[in-house]
Design a protein around this ligand. Structure first.
Ligand code: NAP
Ligand code: MG
Length: 500
């Protein structure tokens, strides 16, 4: 448990106590044990229910971004391997999965959910080791939500005709699914669970830097007894993803990742008849009105941008504060930032873990320089950060303006740009002034303001007096350059069905 060493001092002066409260050096380390996890030295491709060596014999290392230690070697799938996986998925679709009664399909999906729950601790630890996110998040957010997605969609498997009354839902066939590195297991669950519930089979590619929990999921799928070929997991980098996208026998592509790659995929499949959903980048506005509960709002802002090191497509990376409370909010925010603990992702006290890759850290550091060069004022807490591994201090930019690149472009790191506003009209215009449209947050005491803003903010998701809250029953997705299609909820079934 966390231990505050400076207790006597903290008790005697409450103001000082707030400042001292979370300083990293005041806590004894509380690392999660790794003794119980089972990682193989080398992982093959999961094709047709078995582990297959890559045809070209190429492997790459999966490295911990916090310790820089090689965790495992992972197979790189080439186009031949992707072809094998698609053939296995097609065979499983036509011969087994599409013929199986829906309630039987549901049972398998339930079983996968149950095994994820049973192995939750192991999955959470591996997620933090491989991806860099704090154990508190992988344990309390990623893994339980992943299990819940399987539970939720298992329930839909035999009720599809009730989801779309008057229509006849039919499966599509083989789904090719490509996911990013920020929520590796959770994104796999978001993709696989609805696809299976709707009667499709799957070829999924995790991101190169975070393959391990997807491979663990393959073990779970094996343990669940799911018929061979229904889910195939092929690891590799962008070229493996492109081989899935360009395979002629795939009926649907589901992609989560950057807008840049999303556009490449959209062009590649134009005219092929493949169905497509894209969950892309974002530059969310978090808006604080003068009448908001400021302490709650500040906590929500901190959670919205520093949660998962800002590696969140819906991260609240632009903050708009109404002028009358700007000074107060900034003071509360900088105080709160001073207590954030940056460090070992496996430590239960850690708030901000490791940046997923050296490449991503470099990109974030570039943006920090750009922000300063553009004339914004940079603030970083004095906390220490580990010297080994990829770490970045939570960063605030004051006096940012609409034209700044740090306000317009997705940084995908723990960097918040602050602007002020006077009127509702002004903040709506500023918040909508981005090519993206994924999410937004509104903090106010007035329900009328919430309804006014939610109808005018161009974002697929708008949270009110909370932020970054997810539930399997709620649809998620964006528009404009943030993509199209919804994942989660009843809406999340639609991309995997033909309705007649
Ligand atoms: P990315 O570079 O677009 O990669 C996403 C996935 O696509 C990875 O598996 C990647 O493989 C693969 N890929 C790369 N090039 C490809 C190509 N030409 N064809 C097919 N697949 C290809 O994105 P990222 O850097 O991993 O993730 C960060 C981005 O994802 C951010 O922009 C973020 O906003 C977005 N994101 C959006 C959502 C959402 O729900 N809207 C959720 C999470 C993340 P490798 O990485 O292995 O090379
Ligand atoms: Mg890794």
């Amino acid at each position: 448990m966390a231990k505050k060493q400076d207790k006597k001092h903290a008790d005697s002066a409450s103001d000082k106590a707030i400042l001292d409260f979370g300083k990293a050096q005041n806590y004894t380390p509380a690392p999660e044990s790794t003794g119980h996890i089972r990682l193989k030295k080398q992982y093959e491709l999961f094709i047709n229910g078995t582990w297959v060596k890559p045809s070209k014999g190429v492997y790459f290392d999966s490295v911990s971004p916090s310790t820089e230690q090689v965790l495992a070697r992972v197979a790189e799938a080439g186009a031949e391997d992707v072809d094998k996986a698609v053939k296995a998925a097609r065979k499983a679709y036509t011969e087994v999965w599409s013929k199986m009664p829906a309630r039987e399909r549901g049972k398998y999906i339930f079983r996968i959910a149950r095994i994820i729950q049973e192995r939750a601790r192991e999955l959470a630890v591996i997620e933090s080791m491989d991806g860099g996110k704090p154990i508190r998040e992988s344990r309390d957010v990623d893994v339980p939500l992943a299990a819940n997605h399987f539970f939720y969609y298992a329930g839909w498997a035999d009720k599809l005709e009730y989801a779309f009354p008057g229509k006849t839902p039919e499966s599509l066939g083989v789904a090719g699914q490509i996911i990013p590195w920020n929520f590796p297991l959770l994104m796999a669950a978001w993709k696989i669970a609805p696809a299976l519930a709707c009667g499709n089979t799957v070829v999924l590619k995790p991101a190169e830097t975070t393959s391990l929990t997807a491979l663990k999921l393959a073990e779970i799928i094996e343990e669940s007894g799911l018929p061979a070929g229904v889910v195939n997991i092929v690891t590799g980098a962008g070229a493996t993803g492109a081989a899935i996208v360009n395979h002629p026998d795939i009926d649907k592509i589901a992609f989560t990742g950057s807008t840049e790659v999303g556009k490449i995929i959209q062009k590649a499949i134009a005219g092929t008849g493949k169905k497509l959903t894209l969950e892309l980048g974002g530059k969310a506005a978090n808006i604080i009105f003068e009448d908001a509960a400021l302490d709650q709002a500040v906590e929500g802002i901190v959670n919205g941008i520093f949660f998962n090191q800002g590696h969140v497509c819906c991260a609240g990376s632009r903050l708009f504060v109404q002028e009358g409370v700007a000074e107060k909010v900034i003071r509360k925010l900088t105080d709160r930032m001073a207590s954030l603990i940056v460090g070992d992702p496996l430590d239960k006290n850690t708030d901000v873990g490791a940046i997923n890759s050296a490449e991503q850290l470099k990109k974030i550091q570039e943006y920090l320089k750009i922000g300063v060069a553009e004339g914004a004022e940079i603030y970083q807490p004095t906390c220490s950060i580990p010297t080994k591994g990829n770490f970045c201090k939570p960063t605030l930019f004051l006096h940012a303006s609409q034209s700044h690149r740090i306000v317009q472009e997705e940084i995908f790191g723990p960097v918040l740009a602050i602007q002020t506003f006077r009127t509702v009209e002004e903040v709506i215009e500023k918040a909508n002034n981005t090519p993206y449209g994924l999410s937004a947050g509104v903090w106010t005491d007035k329900g009328s303001k919430i309804f006014n803003l939610t109808s005018k903010l161009k974002a697929g998701v708008v949270w009110a007096n909370t932020y970054n809250k997810f539930d399997p029953t709620a649809p998620f997705g964006g528009y404009r350059e943030s993509g199209f299609g919804r994942e989660g909820g009843l809406h999340g079934l639609l991309p995997y069905l033909k309705l007649s």
